[in-house]
Design a protein around this ligand. Structure first.
Ligand SMILES: [Mg+2]
Length: 248
């Protein structure tokens, strides 16, 4: 399935290239999604596609897989030619109860730089074919996290304890950068993140040694049968994860 993801990501990169920095985010999203749906249907593998624009699309009958797709994560950045936007594709074997925990393959490609992050369940995550691992930092005072703030700034205690804070505008890529050890994780408690944004990045971070849960430390059991929203806490390692959860 990762072969299919790679081919799709390359074609989407080519399809959106002329639109970057000139078209509106919606137009870039639509062009990308149309490309992905065409290529997925050409595989003739029966599957349920859950995607940003179209919601649920059934390709063929008796689906074998669920494809959880964000054709462009970071449309704002793409529209403004800020080189942090990506395609996120994840696959789970089809079952009626499938959740984010069931994702088996994930690929995130930075559509500006061409960098590719991949994971298959049980195997080490890679960036451009090389194994990657999360940061070993276990203390908040030496850690940098991507944080998306709620309006009531419930995260203020966490902000005060950290070394640094970032918000780059593409959740899928932000999870991958944490997987590579660039910084120590991501916190988004707004409850408006979507399963399609995190499906691939979550697996890539976990297979690189990271930990992903909801705000109470529970596994993300969000259904992937349709677009759903959630909050996440993602950390480079178990010890840091506990410390982040204690503060929030
Ligand atoms: Mg999108």
């Amino acid at each position: 399935m990762l072969d299919i993801c790679r081919e799709i990501a390359s074609e989407v990169q080519a399809a959106v290239k002329p639109l970057i920095g000139v078209a509106r985010g919606e137009k870039i999203d639509a062009a990308a999604e149309e490309t992905v749906l065409r290529l997925l249907s050409e595989t003739e593998i029966p599957m349920l596609v859950v995607s940003e624009e179209s919601g649920r699309v059934m390709l063929g009958e008796t689906p074998k897989y669920i494809c959880v797709l964000d054709p462009v994560d970071g449309s704002f950045n793409a529209a403004h030619n800020i080189p942090i936007y990506s395609i996120s594709i994840a696959f789970a074997r089809y079952k009626p109860s499938a959740t984010l925990q069931d994702i088996e393959f994930g690929l995130v490609k930075n559509l500006a730089t061409g960098e590719v992050f991949e994971a298959a369940k049980g195997k080490k995550s890679t960036c451009d074919g090389k194994n990657i691992s999360t940061s070993q930092r276990e203390d908040l005072t030496t850690s940098t996290l991507c944080i998306y703030l709620q309006k009531n700034i419930r995260e203020i205690r966490l902000l005060q304890k950290l070394k640094g804070v970032r918000a780059l505008g593409s959740i899928a890529l932000e999870l991958c950068y944490a997987a590579r050890g660039d910084y120590e994780g991501l916190v988004d408690l707004r409850g408006c993140l979507r399963n399609i944004d995190v499906a691939a990045g979550k697996l890539i971070l976990e297979e690189a040694g990271g930990v992903v849960s909801d705000e109470s430390g529970k596994a993300l059991k969000t259904s992937i049968h349709e677009v759903n929203t959630l909050s996440i806490v993602a950390s480079a390692n178990e010890k840091l994860h506990k410390k982040v959860l204690e503060v929030i």
